[in-house]
Ligand binder design. Structure first.
Ligand code: CP
Ligand code: NVA
Length: 300
């Protein structure tokens, strides 16, 4: 029998391979179709502890297109930022809204939110995971390469939240992934085990060159994530040689992915980001299509 769709999406391995495939199919339908108002009079609360451009705009626009409404709750606006415990916010919001999307620092806070909210909770990024980004990335890869069968992906850079969810998502979808991260900045054993348990573990390359060799698409993200600003001086030296530039990609026609925002001149050059290799605008647009599909799966 088909597994019931999960109540919350805290990371990509909350979905089975079949649920992920169905969600991506629905995203494609919504992207190309006209039947948009599938969630009339539905309200999504959007809780943000960190800044955002894409996550906020894509969820808010997506809810409008589905016939619902999204409510932005920034850290300065609500009592959460003034000492009210998250578990109280969760229970109060559950009395009004149909779902909560949250961008929080601690992943354990997201788990607390999911525990106390009696409406679906969607992860809009934590320090550990960014599953909505992965849904958009997998949609982008599937569109660009006509499926997941014959595509090899490389991750080069920090083993951060985006990398971890992407590795787990590649595990669920069965995508071939090679990962190059500096010593001390890897994905973490737990992430590799979860990718393996979901269906496919990433290959660990011993250099950026090793990961990029044979890759159809190379993915990176910032070296200093939101909340890590004070680690900047300590982190940066470890990433020498990890920049996506024409030297590293030279001779290949690999595409490049980046979740954005990008730090040009650091993890990627302006030249590469602005070249024909780039899939970043497809990724950004697909955030909305993938999230609309997710909201319909969770709420319709
Ligand atoms: N990729 C992403 O989540 O971007 P924002 O921080 O702008 O939401
Ligand atoms: N790794 C980045 C992603 C931003 C969308 C961060 O957490 O800041």
């Amino acid at each position: 029998a088909d597994e019931p769709f999960p109540t919350d999406l805290l990371d990509v391995d909350d979905l089975t391979a079949d649920q992920l495939a169905a969600l991506l199919d629905r995203a494609t339908e919504l992207k190309t179709g006209r039947d948009l108002t599938q969630l009339p009079r539905t309200t999504l609360a959007m809780l943000f502890e960190k800044p955002s451009t894409r996550t906020r705009a894509s969820f808010e626009t997506g809810m409008t297109q589905l016939g619902g409404h999204a409510m932005f709750l920034g850290p300065g606006d609500i009592q959460l930022g003034h000492g009210e415990p998250l578990k109280d916010t969760a229970r109060a919001l559950s009395g009004y809204v149909d779902a909560v999307m949250a961008r929080l620092f601690d992943h354990s806070d997201l788990e607390t939110l999911a525990e106390y909210a009696d409406v679906p909770v969607v992860n809009g990024l934590t320090d550990d995971a960014h599953p909505c980004q992965t849904l958009a990335d997998l949609l982008t890869i599937r569109e660009t390469f006509d499926g997941f069968e014959d595509v090899s992906v490389a991750w080069v850079g920090d083993g951060n939240n985006v990398a971890r969810s992407f590795a787990v998502g590649c595990g669920v979808a069965g995508v071939d992934l090679a990962v190059a991260t500096p010593e001390g900045y890897g994905l973490g054993e737990d992430c590799i085990e979860r990718a393996a348990a979901a269906g496919r573990a990433p290959t660990l390359a011993d250099s950026p060159e090793g990961a990029v060799e044979g890759a159809d698409v190379v993915y990176t993200d910032v070296w200093v994530s939101m909340g890590q600003e004070e680690l900047r001086e300590e982190k940066l030296p470890a990433f020498e040689g990890y920049q996506l530039n024409e030297d590293l990609l030279g001779g290949t026609d690999a595409k490049v992915m980046h979740c954005l925002p990008a730090h040009r001149g650091e993890e990627i050059t302006d030249e590469v980001l602005e070249s024909d290799r780039t899939l970043v605008w497809e990724q950004a647009e697909n955030r909305m299509h993938a999230q609309k599909a997710l909201l319909v799966e969770l709420l319709a």
